[in-house]
Design a protein around this ligand. Structure first.
Ligand code: NAP
Length: 477
C-alpha cells in the first residue's frame, strides 16, 4: 500500500531479488507519495538529495543540494521504468479496508471500487505524514471563500490581489509563504508557535560535479557518506547533550536579527522553547518575506471564522478571500478507524488509541503477516528518513526469505517482544529534547503525550537491529 519512497523502495528490492508476485497500490494518479501529493509552490526537501534518495537506486545528476519537489517526484517516476515496476503498479487505487482472514491465512484488501485482492503478506507504505490535520475552528465550514489544506493545493490557483490567511507556520508554510507573498494583496500569517529557523545551505550542483559523480560512482558514494556522517553527528545534541546545539541556536538567533529589524516582529518570531523540541526548519526566504509590508504575523489565537472573516482572541475581525490551512498532519494517528483489521477483527486504529506502537517500527501483535514501512517511532529528527526505510526493507525481505526457507505461512510478533521493544525505546526517548522540551509537537500523541514517531538512536543502530529477521520474537506457523 503506497507508491512513495517506501513502497517504491520495497518494489525495487523485491525485483532485484527476483520476486515478481506483488502489486503496489496507490490512490494517486502517479508515484511519489508525499512528493506527488504536496504540490504547493516552493515545496522542497530539507535533507540533501544525495542522501534523500535510495542507495540502491542512485542518481548522479541531482541539480541542487536540496531537491525540489518536482525533481524528487520525477526521480521516483524514473524508477518505474528503470526497475520495471510498471506492471506491478495499480494507481488510482485507494485501499479502503484490509482484513486478515485467519482461515485462508491471507489479507483481503478492498479498494474503492469494491475489488478485493488477496495477499499472503501486506506491507503498509503509507507514510507518517499523509493524513491532513484540519483544525477544529468554530465556523471554518461556513467560510464562503476558498479554503484548502496545503497538501491539497489546487492546480492553477490564482492568488493575485487576493487577501489570504495562512493558518500555521510550520515546515510547509515557511516554504510557500515566500512564494505567494509577492502576488497577494495581503497575507495574514496566523502563527501559534514561532519556529527555530536556520539558513538553508542550498545551491545548484554544478554540471562539472554532476559529471564527476556520474563518471566516478565511488566519489558520489563518498559524498553521500560524508552527508550521512554530518547529519548523524547531530543526534547527541537532541538526545543527551543539548549544549551541543549552542552553535546552531546562536546561528538561528543571529539569522533572525539580520533579517528582522522591527523589534516587535522579531519578538513574535523568537522561539521560547528548546531548539529541536519541534523539527528545526531551514529557509532563506521566509524571514525576508514576512517583513514585507503586505504581510502581518498574527499571534493572537483564532476564536472563530465567519463566511468572510477570521476573528481573533481580541475580537478583531479581518476579511479574507482565501484561507490556507498549513496545519500539518495526523502523524500520531496515521491509520483511519476501520482500515486495517487483524486477527479476530481487531482494528489497528483502535489498538493504537493512545498512540501507535510496534516492534521495530514494523510489526504489530495481533496483525499477522503485516509489515509497516515508516511505522511507529521510525521517523527522524536528525537524519534522512530513507535510511530507516531501507533498514525496514532489509528486515521485510529477510522475513519473507525466512518464510520461504522454513515453509512457514504466518508470522505474528509476540506481545512480550513488542512490549520489551517499546519499554526500552521509551526509556531512551524520555531523555531527549523531543520529550523533555517544553513545546507541543506532532512527534507526541495529543492525549497520552507518548512520542510515537521518532527513533531516538543512531540510524546505524536501527540498521543493525533490522539486519536479520528474528523468529524468536514471533509466533510462527
Ligand atoms: P507542522 O510543522 O506540524 O506545522 C503545522 C502548523 O500549524 C504549526 O505552526 C501549528 O502550530 C499550526 N497549527 C496546527 N493546528 C492548529 C490550530 N488548530 N490552530 C492554529 N494553528 C495550528 O506541519 P507542516 O508544516 O505540514 O509540516 C509537517 C512535517 O512535514 C514537517 O515537520 C516535516 O517533517 C514535513 N515537511 C517537510 C518539509 C521539508 O522541507 N522536507 C516540508 C514540509 C513538511 P503549533 O506549532 O503551535 O502546533
Amino acid at each position: 500500500m503506497g507508491a512513495g519512497f517506501s513502497g517504491m523502495g520495497l518494489g525495487i528490492r523485491l525485483r532485484q531479488r527476483g520476486h515478481t508476485d506483488f502489486v503496489i497500490l496507490d490512490q494517486a494518479a502517479d508515484v511519489g507519495g508525499t512528493w506527488w501529493m504536496n504540490r504547493y509552490p516552493g515545496c522542497a526537501c530539507d535533507v540533501q538529495s544525495h542522501l534523500y534518495s535510495l542507495s540502491f537506486a542512485p542518481k548522479s545528476d541531482w541539480t541542487r543540494h536540496f531537491g525540489p519537489r518536482a525533481e524528487i517526484q520525477s526521480y521516483l517516476s524514473d524508477c518505474v521504468d528503470r526497475f520495471d515496476l510498471g506492471r506491478h503498479l495499480r494507481l488510482n487505487t485507494r485501499v479502503d479496508q484490509a482484513c486478515w482472514d485467519a482461515e485462508k491465512k491471507r489479507w483481503l484488501i478492498t479498494d474503492q471500487d469494491g475489488i478485493v485482492r488477496c495477499a499472503k503478506f501486506l506491507v503498509t507504505a503509507i507514510g507518517g505524514l499523509s493524513r491532513p490535520n484540519t483544525p477544529a475552528i468554530d465556523g471554518l465550514d461556513s467560510f464562503s471563500g476558498t479554503v484548502f489544506h496545503s497538501q491539497q493545493w489546487p492546480d492553477k490557483l490564482d492568488l493575485r490581489d487576493q487577501r489570504v490567511a495562512v493558518i500555521g507556520s510550520g515546515a510547509s508554510a515557511i516554504q510557500f509563504v515566500p512564494q505567494i507573498q509577492p502576488d497577494v494583496a495581503r497575507l495574514d500569517l496566523y502563527q501559534r508557535t514561532p519556529q527555530w529557523i536556520l539558513p538553508k545551505p542550498d545551491r545548484p550542483i554544478s554540471p562539472r560535479r554532476r559529471d564527476l559523480f556520474r563518471r566516478f560512482p565511488f566519489v558520489r558514494r563518498l559524498f553521500r557518506f560524508g552527508l550521512f556522517l554530518t547529519l548523524e553527528s547531530r543526534l547527541p545534541a537532541f538526545t543527551r547533550y543539548p549544549f551541543l546545539s549552542a552553535f546552531h541556536r546562536r546561528q538561528a538567533r543571529a539569522y533572525l536579527r539580520t533579517h528582522i529589524n522591527d523589534p516587535a516582529l522579531r519578538n513574535k518570531l523568537t522561539p521560547n522553547y528548546e531548539m529541536g523540541c519541534k523539527r528545526v526548519l531551514m529557509s532563506n526566504d521566509f524571514y525576508p518575506s514576512v517583513c514585507q509590508p503586505n504581510v502581518k504575523v498574527i499571534t493572537d489565537g483564532i476564536t472563530r471564522i465567519t463566511p468572510d472573516s477570521i476573528i481573533d482572541d481580541h475580537g478583531r475581525s479581518r476579511q479574507v478571500d482565501t484561507i490556507i490551512l498549513a496545519t500539518g498532519f495526523k502523524a500520531t494517528s496515521p491509520v483511519p478507524v476501520g482500515m486495517i483489521r487483524g486477527r479476530n477483527g481487531r482494528d489497528l486504529a483502535n489498538a493504537w488509541k493512545d498512540g501507535p506502537r510496534a516492534y521495530k517500527g514494523t510489526t504489530v501483535h495481533g496483525f499477522p503477516n503485516l509489515f509497516m514501512l515508516l511505522g511507529p517511532n521510525t521517523a527522524l529528527g536528525h537524519n534522512s528518513v530513507l535510511l530507516m526505510i531501507e533498514s525496514q526493507i532489509n528486515y521485510v525481505l529477510d522475513a519473507l526469505a525466512w518464510c520461504q526457507r522454513t515453509g512457514r505461512d504466518t508470522l505474528e510478533v509476540t506481545d512480550r517482544a513488542e512490549k520489551n521493544w517499546n519499554q526500552e525505546l521509551h526509556k531512551r526517548l524520555g531523555r531527549t529534547v523531543w520529550n523533555r522540551g517544553s513545546c507541543a509537537s506532532w512527534y507526541r500523541h495529543p492525549l497520552s503525550g507518548r512520542n510515537t514517531t521518532l527513533w531516538p538512536r543512531f540510524t546505524f543502530v536501527f540498521r543493525y537491529l533490522c539486519r536479520r529477521f528474528d523468529p524468536a520474537a514471533y509466533d510462527t506457523r
